[in-house]
Design a protein around this ligand. Structure first.
Ligand SMILES: Cc1ncc(COP(=O)(O)O)c(C=O)c1O
Length: 396
């Protein structure tokens, strides 16, 4: 397989994906002969402008938006930050609403700007998902206030893959006059997602989770949504995000999404079957293991706990055998804190330390799963044998 070194197995598609060669082919001309600035008036610039706008139209059609409702950004993190800060500050100014609500297992790209807002004049309420890995609409309703400006709940979680009831959550926010943003970075292209069907006011997307390049994001802002830009300057992107646009990134994003949507149904079936093999193999083959999050999940996502093992140790041992997995969100790796997502769904801290996130994708094969299921059990056994507490705590 073209993206795999000999014997190496990549099972961390939620962290990032390789760029699909069809995407590279589509974007390359905009790095070479069509290199113009889309804001220049001569032919080279106009060519780039046309490519940018056609990418915008194609992505808009893919997510059920109008083209002028999409803003190209530098990444999913920028889309999240812009939505949280840009919308909340405008809502506060125009409507004197100074309360925001986010879920406890959001990506840090949402949590940190929410905490920043809380230090800068806003009240912040954090709603916990339940043990199934789902934010229940009744729990959100209980957190809403008459002065709630914005609610942000992700479309699907990046560590456990659970899909959120967005339409109901957005409706609950709207009932109280609040706006609703969703971080759809993980969900985009993997499950049906249409901004007008779910009724969100803002949504964040990123190209590198869907076989596009890193450093290309999109922010959907429903027409009329109050918004103050984070980046000011030349007034590009309808004055909502200044900076010369990443034309090649936009073209790549559009191609990547087109492929995701064309292959969505088949891939969902294939990846769900592979995921079931991973989960079945671990739960049946290794004692004292369990799966996190019982709610509906993105195809190909599994978050497993091997009691009595350190996630980091498993990760490094798997890596030495050429298998790449994660212990949670890659963005917070390097920290030994247990995952905030697992804690949010009620997983005890000592168990959360033993978690492995396995996420499968376009280039995952049956042989990859075979290899993983062959290599993991002896690693778990060895680590447990080195843990003096294992027998006492979990032994039969
Ligand atoms: C749910 C979620 N939101 C936001 C991001 C950040 O996206 P980006 O890496 O494009 O900044 C990620 C990526 O890790 C993610 O999984």
């Amino acid at each position: 397989m073209m993206h795999r070194m000999d014997r190496s197995v990549y099972m961390d598609y939620a962290a990032t994906t390789p760029v699909d060669p069809r995407v590279t082919d589509a974007m390359l001309p905009y790095l070479t002969e069509h290199f113009g600035n889309p804001n220049s008036l001569y032919t080279l610039g106009r060519d780039a402008y046309r490519a940018l706008e056609s990418a915008r139209e194609s992505i808009a059609a893919g997510v059920g938006a109008q083209p002028q409702e999409l803003v190209f950004t530098g990444c999913g993190t920028e889309s999240d930050n812009s939505a949280l800060i840009g919308i909340s500050q405008m809502a506060a100014e125009r409507k004197s609403r100074r309360h925001i609500v986010v879920s406890a297992f959001e990506h840090h790209a949402v949590l940190h700007p929410a905490e920043w807002l809380a230090k800068n004049g806003f009240d912040l309420t954090i709603v916990s998902p339940r043990a199934d890995g789902v934010v229940h609409p009744g729990d959100l309703r209980a957190a809403l206030r008459d002065d709630t400006a914005l609610v942000s709940v992700m479309a699907a979680n990046n560590e456990i893959g659970t899909i959120q009831p967005l339409a109901e959550l957005a409706e609950a926010a709207h009932e109280r006059g609040a706006l609703f943003h969703t971080d759809a970075v993980q969900a985009l292209g993997k499950i049906p997602f249409d901004v007008s069907e779910v009724g969100v006011d803002a949504a964040s997307f990123s190209a590198h989770k869907i076989y596009g390049p890193k450093g290309a994001g999109v922010l959907y802002l429903k027409k009329g949504t109050p918004f103050r830009p984070l980046l000011m300057g030349g007034g590009q992107e309808f004055k909502k995000r200044s900076g010369t646009q990443n034309v090649a990134g936009a073209v790549a994003f559009a191609k990547a999404l087109e492929l995701m949507l064309a292959e969505q149904a088949d891939e969902a079936e294939r990846l769900s079957a592979l995921r079931d093999r991973v989960v079945g193999g671990v739960l049946d083959g290794i004692a004292n293991t369990r799966l996190n999050g019982t709610g509906p999940k993105l195809p190909g996502y599994a978050n497993l706990i091997m009691l009595g093992c350190e996630g980091e140790s498993m990760l490094l041992q798997l890596d030495s055998k050429g298998i790449a997995v994660s212990t949670g969100s890659a963005c917070s790796s390097g920290s030994l804190e247990p995952s905030h997502v697992l804690l949010a769904i009620g997983c005890p801290a000592e168990e959360a330390h033993g978690s492995l996130r396995v996420t499968l994708g376009r280039f995952t094969t049956d042989e990859d799963v075979d290899r993983f299921l062959e290599v993991l059990p002896p690693i778990v056994e060895r680590l447990r044998s080195m843990n003096p507490l294992y027998e006492r705590m979990y032994g039969a």
